[in-house]
Design a protein around this ligand. Structure first.
Ligand SMILES: *[C@@H]1O[C@H](CO)[C@@H](O)[C@H](O)[C@H]1NC(C)=O
Ligand SMILES: *[C@@H]1O[C@H](CO)[C@@H](O)[C@H](O)[C@H]1NC(C)=O
Ligand SMILES: *[C@@H]1O[C@H](CO)[C@@H](O)[C@H](O)[C@H]1NC(C)=O
Length: 704
């Protein structure tokens, strides 16, 4: 057969695309989702960096969601992954895996990986010392769960590519986020603040993907809010508010599919959430319930100042915020007409070694333009105090630091900041001169990823950290005005937060002067943002020009370091005396009703023996008229919770409690709870087991 018949239309398309790039309205689009849940037991969560916040089970699985957009010449992959952060080594490993399968199709340049920033997933996967400090070092199982989940989601998107269209829709939610450092925000120039109605962004930006045959494919949604509705006392792995919003959207579109199993994929991705909290009741004193001081402390006795709400507990707060996000997202999805994207896909990426980068800053107060420079990384004192979303975040409080062996091991080698460091960091009193700390290995990145992608007139700025509200606004303005200089059309710009490299916070120079948590954690000094604005302006010029940039210096490969890992492995499991794995120790009530919670307890193995990826530690099942057991819920559903406890570490016995909140719209009938797991045999090997509860009846008719 003449292969020309196949290649000719492609060539014609290419010629068309190259001649009229602005006329492209149809793209090749693929969406994919995969499970990225790490070990749910005994691993410290990343985010609050509280060393006693170790997992004891699972509420919501975490997923990676991928979107491929291709205009025939350029391909772009956007990944939103439910983890606290994403480090360079994770992205490198993903790209290396894809390379084995697809050659040079997926590269540093066209794969953007954004973490949602959930604070309830297992850590130990960033590799830089500071970020793995509170997790007792590197956790291989967390690291690979994320890499494999992301890779699998991209592969699924790759296999699902179809012709389609992209629409952009905007919305607004007024009561789902507040600024957690308003004192710092207020230090931004009055003239600038006057341009905005709120001290956080209230708009929602949604990209909507629809196949040529009009079937819905997916959405990417950006709304700036921290996934910290689940607070630092939570021990169940969770994707938090944005994760539940994604599940709600997917459940709505994929009727009768279990979490992570449907075709339609909805990502609620992170944005300029640096100073944005979902705890809308604001900060209050822990016991007295009184207002905190200006500096967010509680006078008198030792009590913490933290924010919560809008619900009565953290689960309800998560659900309320998630439902607000979902309601507006589905509202704009259903609204007609939306703006269809047209124009070519352009990707520009560059690694930048931040320390020593020079820039110019216009000082509003003096009316002068100053020469400024980015510093070696360092963290300020306020960083140790944490935020009102998680007070005392880094657990560096006296007395607790000495309990961390990693900290002990490196404490003696801590480098002192030099005179230049102190001068460079200006208002920041340096607690940790992380840029000079090399033992046991690098503490924080110096080389960061800068990434900008255009799909026609829609631009996604992938930033290597947490931009505050005003930093994000300045970035969007800079990119938009750069584009407008040559196109004269105002583009839509979104900030995709926590992309590719994690380099903490990016506050404005004015916010930095106030040294709240975000300013103290702006690691390259007062002009971190000033430098980024210039760098992204250069990226924007390249995007418009259709030119490529030099790749920049390569970040170090941390996987080659001798990574410290102090997490003890699972040695063995035994069932308790007279029992087998999977035996049900506590049966559910025989007759239950909607709104009640059913619970069953099973003899179990250690959940770290097998992550049950793309599967489940539990199912709730209903028997149908033909005698078949139908899956009603898995461990990824909001209604179920999976609690694990080691009952004796010497004997290696453990048990799990599985609970199910019976939905109000439940079908009446006979049900059972199933537990799936693996145990580690004392003489070696990991073996599967399962167990069932007795059958119980769900009654929906009113009680007589
Ligand atoms: C976390 O939320 C729970 C309620 O779910 C509450 O009892 C607790 O005080 C909160 N703790 C913090 C530190 O926010
Ligand atoms: C602007 O200049 C004043 C006076 O030199 C200085 O105190 C202030 O820190 C500068 N502002 C910023 C954001 O650098
Ligand atoms: C635009 O592209 C041309 C040709 O590739 C290149 O010479 C020029 O430097 C580019 N300009 C910018 C601002 O990137």
């Amino acid at each position: 057969m003449d292969s020309g018949w196949i290649t000719r239309p492609v060539c014609l398309l290419l010629i068309f695309v190259m001649a009229f790039p602005h006329l492209i309205t149809s793209y090749s689009i693929g969406v994919g989702i995969a499970d990225s849940t790490g070990p749910v037991a005994e691993i410290v969560f990343m985010g609050y960096a509280k060393m006693d916040q170790k997992g004891t089970g699972l509420h919501l699985r975490t997923f990676a969601r991928s979107f491929i957009i291709d205009d025939g010449i350029e391909r772009f992959v956007f990944v939103s992954v439910e983890s606290a952060m994403i480090g360079h080594d994770v992205r490198s490993a993903v790209i290396a895996q894809l390379k084995k399968k697809y050659g040079d199709l997926y590269t540093d340049e066209n794969v953007m990986i954004s973490a949602t920033h959930t604070h309830s997933s297992p850590g130990g996967c960033n590799l830089y010392t500071l970020f793995d400090l509170t997790t007792f070092g590197f956790i291989k199982q967390s690291f690979w769960a994320i890499i494999n989940g992301i890779t699998k989601s991209i592969e699924r998107a790759h296999d699902a590519v179809v012709p389609g269209k992209i629409f952009v829709s905007l919305g607004e939610i007024l009561n789902a986020n507040i600024n957690r450092s308003p004192q710092a925000y207020l230090n931004n120039p009055q003239t600038e603040r006057d341009k905005y109605k709120y001290n956080v962004d209230k708009m929602m930006t949604q990209l909507q993907f629809v196949a040529e045959d009009s079937s819905p494919l997916g959405v990417i949604n950006w709304f700036a809010v921290h996934p910290t509705s689940m607070n630092n006392t939570n021990r169940l792995v969770s994707s938090d508010n944005v994760g539940y919003a994604a599940l709600l959207f997917e459940e709505h579109m994929n009727k009768n599919s279990m979490p992570g199993k449907g075709k339609f994929v909805a990502a609620f991705a992170s944005s300029n959430l640096g100073d944005v909290s979902p705890n809308t009741q604001g900060p209050k004193c822990e016991y007295s319930g009184k207002k905190c001081s200006e500096q967010y402390t509680c006078p008198g006795k030792k009590e913490m100042c933290f924010a919560s709400g809008p619900g009565k507990d953290m689960f309800e707060s998560t659900s309320i915020i998630a439902r607000k996000l979902f309601a507006e997202a589905i509202n704009i999805w259903q609204r007609e007409p939306t703006l269809a994207l047209k124009g070519s896909v352009r990707v520009v990426h560059r690694y930048v070694s931040m320390p020593g980068q020079k820039g110019q800053f216009y000082n509003e107060t003096t009316g002068q333009t100053e020469e400024v420079e980015a510093c070696l990384p360092a963290m300020g004192y306020s960083f140790a105090a944490g935020t009102t979303d998680g007070p005392g975040s880094f657990a560096f409080e006296q007395g607790t630091t000495t309990t961390n062996p990693v900290w002990n091991a490196v404490r003696n080698f801590v480098a002192a900041p030099t005179k230049e460091d102190i001068k460079c960091h200006g208002a920041k009193p340096i607690l940790l001169a992380t840029g000079r700390m090399r033992l046991p290995y690098q503490w924080q990145p110096k080389i960061v990823s800068t990434h900008l992608v255009a799909i026609g007139n829609f631009l996604i700025a992938g930033v290597p950290g947490e931009f505050t509200t005003m930093s994000g606004r300045r970035m969007r303005e800079t990119i938009a005005s750069t584009v407008m200089e040559s196109t004269h059309v105002k583009p839509i710009v979104v900030i995709a937060g926590l992309c590719n490299t994690y380099s903490d916070y990016i506050a404005t120079p004015e916010e930095y002067e106030i040294q709240r948590y975000e300013g103290a954690s702006t690691i390259f000094g007062p002009h971190t943002l000033t430098i980024y604005l210039q760098k992204y302006r250069e990226l924007a010029l390249a995007v418009i020009n259709g030119s490529k940039l030099e790749p920049g210096p390569s970040p170090p490969d941390m996987t080659t370091k001798n990574l410290i890992s102090l997490q003890t492995p699972v040695i063995y499991d035994t069932p308790r005396w007279g029992h087998d794995f999977g035996d049900c120790l506590k049966q559910p009530e025989e007759i239950v009703r909607p709104g009640q919670t059913v619970s069953a307890i099973f003899v179990s193995g250690h959940p770290r023996n097998n992550l049950m990826t793309d599967s489940s530690f539990l199912t709730v099942e209903r028997i149908d008229n033909n005698g078949n057991w139908i899956e009603v819920a898995t461990d990824g559903n909001w209604e179920t919770r999976f609690y694990w406890a080691r009952t004796s570490s010497i004997l290696g016995t453990s048990q799990v409690e599985i609970t199910w909140d019976i939905p109000l719209d439940v079908l009446p009938g006979k049900y059972r709870i199933r537990h799936n797991g693996y145990y580690r045999y004392i003489l070696g090997g990991v073996f599967h087991y399962r167990g069932f509860s007795d059958i119980f009846e769900v009654q929906t008719a009113p009680e007589s």
